[in-house]
Design a binder for this molecule. Structure first.
Ligand SMILES: *[C@@H]1O[C@H](CO)[C@@H](O)[C@H](O)[C@H]1NC(C)=O
Ligand SMILES: *[C@@H]1O[C@H](CO)[C@@H](O)[C@H](O)[C@H]1NC(C)=O
Ligand SMILES: *[C@@H]1O[C@H](CO)[C@@H](O)[C@H](O)[C@H]1NC(C)=O
Length: 703
């Protein structure tokens, strides 16, 4: 996905100036590690990009360059800068660079103005570690913004832009510029022992020095897209799990160049040089594989490291291996401490094991920059929000939270539908049911918050089925070679596009927000529960003198004016929490405000348009059958009716899917509704939630 959408970016826009080229390339470089499970043949898999709000968002956004493509727009919603930024005050200079002949270790990243906010977040996390760092800036605007923010930046020259023969060549050259910059530091400053290079979409939680120094044998450290800590811990030959080929005796390497550390040794310098050379070598632009993949900086480094195979280097440290034609002592950073986005944000492996990761790289998600930012926020790793965001500023923060008892809901639905036959519900069906349910409470809470002048505090989202670019996810609802079980607590973007919520200014706070240390204790403690009764109580608006504790009760079908009146006794509480049957509790606005209700319905429909499961077909074929929409709530402007739980219906297109890219065969995989709704064997397999998916798991192995 990442690869082909980036390719489209160009349309010749790079021919002119280095600044534009640098901007584009940085966009590309930041996006490029986003999701790299596999490359989709044909068109993009991102059908959600056709949403009308995205088009408007794009139109309203100052174009970053002529070469901007729709595919990347969501990433730019927040990041693209207006064309005429106020020039920084002339006297503003970035703070002095660290003296590279005096510091033994350095953190390095690269950035440009379009990604300033992300770079700033990176820098704040690194500053908190108290380690020297440099951001190499690709444009003057970035330098100016660094100066304003007091970040240590230096200009990196990105010459010969006019010579590029095409985008991809430029992308590669950009990679080479970065590599040479790091190499130059090591060559010119012999006393500099170690450079840690990480993309700006990484966040550092603690210093890596102990870890690196305890492995003195290694020349070079690199992160990986391996998704299983357990596979890394077992460290076995022939484990046959994808993306963890850095363990000797395995294939499918997935080194991720967005995070590496180079000791100042001959081996490290040689591999950096080979890397830059390969990126500048026109004969090494495309791989010999059937897809003729472009060799970007990541693939280049993978090819270089795996040349000659990976061989154990010593008995004492079998995690450090000989790579690069047996000339480099390589250590692959373990995913539990140097976590990619799936291990951290989806599997939550480090915390499950009681560990704090050292760094997290916000990879493996589908919403580009806005998605990275949302995930960092959700995990308390976004350091860019002002005190007001946490309710610590002058303006009060008033929240409306709600219960999300989906585990009970699923258990009940399973008992009802499958219990009598002694069977269990397929994972995909559970996932669909819950995702068909979750937009409804969210809608009611968003609308109630609007009526009450509050901000929604979202509950934790639960998922039974992961998403992936490849429909093979329909085997087990999990990605192969992973450590999580189902259900799992999933990030917000599994249900809804954070970009859409932002675009429509739907203020919200993530689950767990109240536990963030920036939230003042006064706010955290100022809470009241709002009970949702089964029916309108009598009296509906009790005298506060008659209530103890639970001072406010609402009921199904309640409308704006009654809602406000019922909550009056608890109005001063900063945090209200709805408890009970949230879906469908809200009757909407009162009749005089029909236009407000209609406008809200319209907005919500656009946000919820993207609430669909993604991955039934592969490539540019069968687009009508690729997505599976979640059921949407009836509009608030319509007459209120009691809530009825959603039911999964069999798709009417089961036998219409084409055979292109094997799409027809995917309809037979156990988690496909077309399979489990008409094949009892598939249904039984689809209900199997046992174990983790990181061993060969009969009878479905070999995919
Ligand atoms: C590895 O060594 C072989 C034989 O010396 C050579 O042909 C090849 O180019 C080397 N590969 C790399 C990546 O340096
Ligand atoms: C690596 O070392 C550990 C501990 O000494 C050992 O249990 C394991 O078998 C070794 N693995 C390989 C592939 O050599
Ligand atoms: C039913 O599902 C099982 C398991 O996926 C599969 O092996 C079998 O071929 C399917 N039967 C039919 C008739 O499609």
């Amino acid at each position: 996905m990442a690869v082909k959408s980036r390719r489209r970016q160009g349309r010749g826009g790079l021919a002119s100036v280095g600044g534009v080229a640098a901007t584009l390339l940085l966009l590309w470089l930041v996006q490029r590690h986003s999701l790299a499970l596999s490359v989709v043949p044909g068109g993009t898999h991102a059908g959600s990009n056709h949403a009308p709000w995205r088009k408007r968002a794009e139109a309203e956004q100052a174009p970053l360059s002529q070469a901007q493509s729709a595919d990347e727009s969501s990433g730019r919603l927040q990041q693209a800068q207006p064309p005429t930024l106020p020039a920084p005050p002339p006297q503003a200079q970035p703070p002095p660079l660290p003296d590279l002949d005096a510091v033994p270790r350095l953190f390095l990243s690269f950035g440009n103005a379009a990604y300033f906010e992300l770079a700033h977040n990176w820098a704040r996390s690194v500053q908190a570690l108290g380690v020297p760092y440099i951001i190499a800036a690709f444009d003057n605007e970035m330098l100016g913004r660094c100066a304003e923010a007091g970040l240590v930046c230096t200009k990196i020259e990105f010459g010969q832009a006019a010579d590029f023969r095409g985008d991809f060549v430029a992308f590669r050259a950009m990679g080479a510029v970065k590599v040479r910059f790091a190499l130059g530091m090591l060559e010119q400053h012999p006393s500099l022992q170690l450079v840690v290079v990480s993309d700006t979409d990484t966040v550092w939680l603690r210093q890596p020095w102990d870890y690196l120094e305890q492995r003195p044998a290694a020349d070079f450290f690199i992160s990986s897209d391996c998704l299983s800590h357990e596979v890394e811990e077992r460290w076995q030959e022939g484990h046959r799990q994808p993306r963890c080929g850095h363990i000797p005796g395995n294939e499918a390497h997935a080194f991720n160049t967005g995070l590496f550390a180079a000791r100042n040794t001959a081996g490290s310098r040689a591999v950096l040089k080979a890397w830059a050379d390969m990126l500048l070598d026109p004969t090494k632009e495309h791989a010999d594989d059937p897809m003729h993949r472009g060799i970007d900086d990541q693939l280049a480094m993978n090819q270089i490291l795996e040349a000659g195979g990976l061989l154990p280097a010593s008995k004492e440290d079998n995690h450090t291996v000989l790579a690069f034609n047996r000339t480099l002592l390589l250590h692959t950073l373990p995913v539990v401490l140097f976590s990619n986005g799936h291990v951290a944000f989806v599997q939550r492996t480090p915390w499950r094991l009681g560990l704090a990761p050292i760094v997290i790289h916000a990879t493996f998600q589908r919403h580009n920059l806005v998605g990275k930012k949302a995930r960092m926020r959700e995990f308390g790793l976004w350091h860019m929000d002002p005190p007001e965001y946490y309710g610590a500023g002058a303006a009060p923060l008033r929240l409306l939270g709600y219960e999300n008892p989906v585990l009970d809901f699923v258990a009940e639905a399973e008992r009802e539908k499958y219990g009598p036959q002694g069977r269990r519900m397929p994972l995909f069906e559970k996932h669909w049911l819950v995702h068909a349910l979750q937009p409804l409470p969210r809608r009611d809470a968003l609308a109630a918050a609007k009526i009450l002048g509050r901000t929604v505090l979202l509950p934790q989202l639960w998922c039974w089925c992961d998403s992936d670019e490849h429909p093979h996810i329909l085997m087990r609802c999990r990605i192969r070679g992973t450590d999580y079980r189902t259900p799992f607590e999933c990030p917000l973007d599994f249900l809804i596009s954070p970009g859409a919520l932002d675009y429509f200014k739907m203020g919200y706070r993530h689950a767990g927000f109240l536990e963030q240390p920036q939230v003042p204790a006064m706010l955290r403690h100022s809470r009241a529960v709002v009970r949702i009764a089964a029916s309108r109580p009598e009296p509906a608006f009790p005298d506060p003198r008659q209530t103890v504790g639970h001072a406010a009760t609402v009921w199904p079908g309640i409308r704006g004016p009654d809602l406000k009146r019922a909550l009056l006794p608890v109005d001063s509480a900063a945090v209200l929490e709805l408890r009970g049957q949230v879906p469908g509790f809200l009757g909407g606005w009162d009749p005089e405000q029909a236009s407000v209700a209609t406008a809200f319905d319209d907005t919500f429909a656009q946000i919820a348009q993207e609430a669909k499961w993604c991955c039934f077909a592969w490539g540019d074929a069968d687009e009508d059958y690729t997505y599976f929409p979640y059921k949407l709530p009836p509009p608030l402007a319509a007459p209120w009716e009691p809530w009825k739980p959603p039911r999964l219906e069999m798709p009417d297109w089961c036998d219409k899917v084409s055979t292109k890219y094997g799409n027809r065969d995917f309809t037979l995989l156990p988690q496909h509704p077309c399979a489990f709704m008409r094949n009892a064997t598939a249904a039984e397999l689809a209900a199997d939630d046992s174990g983790r998916y990181n061993v060969l798991w009969p009878p479905l192995d070999g995919t």
